[in-house]
Write a protein that binds this ligand. Structure first.
Ligand code: ZN
Ligand code: ZN
Ligand code: FE
Length: 762
């Protein structure tokens, strides 16, 4: 007589769309247990019956060895009376209540890739092959729980063979919601400029176009891409011109390992990241002297590389079809100058024939836009630059539980954050809200994610900046909800603290381009004594004027003139930024300088990098965000060089005076010191400033933990050298891990701050 027991389980976390129910089913079989399992609004629920010891073993295995893409955040187990059921079944989903995690899209897995190339497999060369471990997820979800009838696959009726696999707990495709095959799955077609759509040989036609140096638009996971031969100068130049993106680097997709080694110097950590389930674009060192088009990444030494992540990408780029295709393709989102990536089929046809010679598409709709994610590796660790496909909207945790809450984020590189309890969902990258189309998509995506997560925000937080679009949206959309305005750099620091599960307080360094300060000036070179609920400004770069306001962001020579003047150096024609100033503008600038009109004050570290880049004549005008700083970093000599002089003035806050460094740079220029050496000395100066200020602040307040945030810390040289230098001085240094250091992390920081303030309020 065995001791028959029963337990009811509730599993929370990322447990839908990752093969969790079949896993539970298999596990129950292994331990001879009966019962049932189902998806619910908040996760997975199961009843397990049988021998008590076997149930314990089952639970151990459940925790120890879940499916590769699952993340269990909580497991609740309650004893139940046994009912004498003898079989184990997967029952229909419970659709009500709760807020479950939404699975992220996953790149083609190894098993599916083997089948894709197996002539004996019924999915041989099927462009929509997927399984419980891979395939589209968030991008096709229309509602929760995650089941086929609430995805854009609902229009495809499964054939008998697919249905058998879908229902068979032993199959790799048991409840793989987007399951498909050549008989019942989406159909590929190529649309010609004439409007004619061809299903036969669509892939061959696309490959031929790419081989001929033409541009092909193709539908991927979260939107349309534009692709062309990465070795073809003419094609890349044409694509870049149409995109109106200035010199901003384009990402490429490479065919295989050989090509990967050919175009980049890829470290083992970078390779692991490239091959991770998300398959982000990874910024790696470009191999110098390669034959890739120089129009891909002008002026920078890195290149953004992706591996193929859909079966369609593989079939397009592989070597097996007999039609030669370039081994590297430029693969860039199909949109013009910062607009949203096109996701709708009619919009693609409407807009993309301006540039594309064919549109390779299919009839599985995209429910939600998801851009490609971009990451880099700093000191062996992944640091996300843009968090989207493969990451969003997987949940993050907050330091304290919150009521349903919306954090609106920043206006550039926008993401927003929805939170409830301790769970925060950071939206995929939205973009620059000053673009009308992006702003409209921002509004729509907030509504969609609120509906999916069944969250009705009770608290709304946004940036302190009175003119941010995100703030205006919140004030208009949620006029009767309590609102919280949060200072930009506090949000940067809190994002990094929460990202690293720190409890605070810390010395928070936020170096970025622009953020509205509590004194109405533009902050951006900030040392904060920070905890989640509040902060004190411990030190900042001395204010300088931005001549012409926003124009100074696009034209670094304006910042150089401001720094020259502050350093007491005359605007002499021998200096490059002075030459960039046309004679007729000189009197305007001089008036602005003397009277302080049209010249808001800033402490921005980003603008300081711009000023130095202009002084060295690296760049007088930028065509994309942080271009001057990136080019300055690229040029910097890697050897060790002495820092320039600077001063830190006492006070509350302390003020960092870099004008001696500006004088040092001009002296070096007059001495004909090389630009790479001056650039290196400047970087070294920033490192020395950070160490000095942190040491002073440590004496004041006894804090030893430092967090590094803000877009300026995307500069790998700076992030690495600052961290090393602080570590040598005995600080414990924390960088971002899951959310970007740039404004893409602001919404998460806002939510973390709100969680602490609301806790204090209770
Ligand atoms: Zn798979
Ligand atoms: Zn089928
Ligand atoms: Fe910022």
């Amino acid at each position: 007589m065995i001791d028959r027991a029963a337990r009811h389980l509730v599993v929370e976390g990322v447990v839908q769309g990752v093969g969790f129910r079949p896993f539970v089913h298999r596990l129950a079989g292994r331990y001879g247990l009966a019962g049932w399992v189902r998806n619910t609004g908040s996760g997975v629920e199961a009843l397990i019956e049988g021998d008590g010891e076997q149930i314990d073993a089952f639970l151990d295995a459940l925790i120890a060895d879940p499916p590769p893409l699952a993340q269990i955040t909580a497991l609740h187990v309650v004893e139940r009376p046994s009912t004498d059921v003898r079989a184990f079944t997967i029952v229909a989903s419970e659709t009500t209540g709760g807020t479950q995690a939404i699975p992220a899209d996953v790149a083609l897995c190894g098993d599916c890739r083997r089948e894709l190339y197996d002539p004996a497999d019924r999915r041989y060369r099927h462009p929509f092959i997927n399984c419980t471990n891979c395939g589209p997820r968030y991008s096709i979800v229309e509602g929760l729980p995650y089941d086929r009838e609430r995805t854009t696959m609902r229009g495809f009726t499964m054939c008998a063979a697919c249905r058998r696999e879908y229902k068979d707990p032993r199959s790799r495709r048991f409840h793989a919601e987007p399951i498909a095959c050549p008989d019942c799955g989406p159909r590929l077609k190529i649309i010609e400029p004439s409007g004619e759509a061809l299903e036969d040989h669509a892939l061959a036609r696309a490959r031929r176009l790419l081989g001929e140096g033409k541009i092909v638009a193709l539908k991927s996971i979260g939107g349309y891409h534009l692709a062309c031969d990465a070795y073809d100068d003419g094609a890349v130049k044409r694509l870049r011109a149409w995109k109106e993106r200035g010199d901003k680097p384009l990402a490429i997709m490479v065919r295989d390992e050989i090509e990967l080694a050919h175009v980049g110097r890829v470290t083992p950590a970078e390779r692991t990241l490239l091959e991770s389930p998300a398959h982000p674009a990874v910024l790696v060192e470009a191999r110098p002297g390669g034959r890739l088009s120089r129009h891909i990444n002008p002026g920078v030494a890195t290149i953004g590389i992706m591996l193929p992540y859909t079966p369609l990408h593989w079939l397009l780029i592989d070597e097996t079809s007999g039609i030669p295709v370039p081994a590297s393709l430029v693969m860039t989102s199909a949109n013009r100058s910062g607009g949203p990536m096109i996701t709708a089929d009619d919009a693609a046809v409407h807009a993309l024939f301006e540039i594309a010679d064919g549109i390779l598409t299919f009839d599985r709709p995209i429910a939600t836009r998801v851009d490609d994610s971009v990451s880099q590796v700093v000191a062996g660790e992944e640091v996300p630059l843009r968090r989207a496909r493969g990451y969003a909207p997987l949940p993050l945790s907050l330091p304290f539980p919150v009521p349903p809450l919306l954090a609106c984020g920043a206006d550039t590189k926008n993401t927003f954050c929805l939170a409830t309890g301790e769970r925060a969902v950071l939206s995929p990258y939205v973009g620059d809200l000053s673009q009308y189309d992006v702003f409209r998509e921002y509004e729509a995506t907030i509504e969609r994610l609120c509906a999916l997560m069944q969250i009705e925000p009770e608290i709304v937080c946004y940036d302190l900046h009175p003119e941010y679009w995100s703030r205006r949206f919140a004030e208009r959309r949620y006029p009767d909800r309590p609102q919280m305005a949060i200072q930009h750099h506090h949000a940067h620091v809190a994002a990094c603290m929460a990202d690293r599960n720190l409890t605070g307080p810390v010395i928070g360094i936020a170096f970025d381009g622009t953020g509205y300060g509590e004194d109405g000036h533009i902050w951006g070179g900030e040392f904060l004594l920070a905890e989640y609920a509040s902060f004190e400004r411990a030190a900042h770069f001395e204010y300088v004027p931005m001549y012409g306001g926003e124009a100074a962001i696009r034209e670094p020579w304006r910042m150089a003139l401001a720094y020259l003047r502050a350093a007491g150096i005359a605007w002499d024609e021998r200096l490059a930024p002075v030459r960039a100033l046309a004679a007729e503008n000189r009197s305007v600038l001089e008036t602005q300088a003397e009277r302080g009109v049209a010249a808001p004050l800033t402490s921005s570290a980003g603008r300081l990098f711009d000023a130095v880049a202009a002084l060295l004549d690296v760049r007088q005008r930028v065509t994309y965000d942080a271009q001057a700083a990136i080019e300055l970093e690229t040029l910097a000599d890697p050897a060790l060089h002495a820092a320039y002089d600077f001063a830190v003035h006492d006070g509350s806050p302390r003020r960092i005076n870099v004008f001696p460094a500006i004088r040092g740079i001009v002296e070096d220029l007059d001495r004909r010191t090389s630009v790479p050496v001056i650039a290196a000395r400047f970087h070294e100066t920033i490192v020395a400033i950070v160490r000095r200020v942190c040491s002073l602040v440590r004496v004041d307040c006894g804090l030893n933990g430092v967090v590094l945030s803000g877009g300026v810390f995307q500069n790998k040289t700076l992030a690495r050298d600052v961290a090393q230098s602080l570590a040598l001085a005995g600080f414990s240094v924390h960088r971002h891990r899951a959310v970007p250091a740039n404004d893409g992390g602001i919404a998460y920081g806002q939510a973390a701050i709100a969680s602490a303030r609301l806790k204090g309020a209770r």
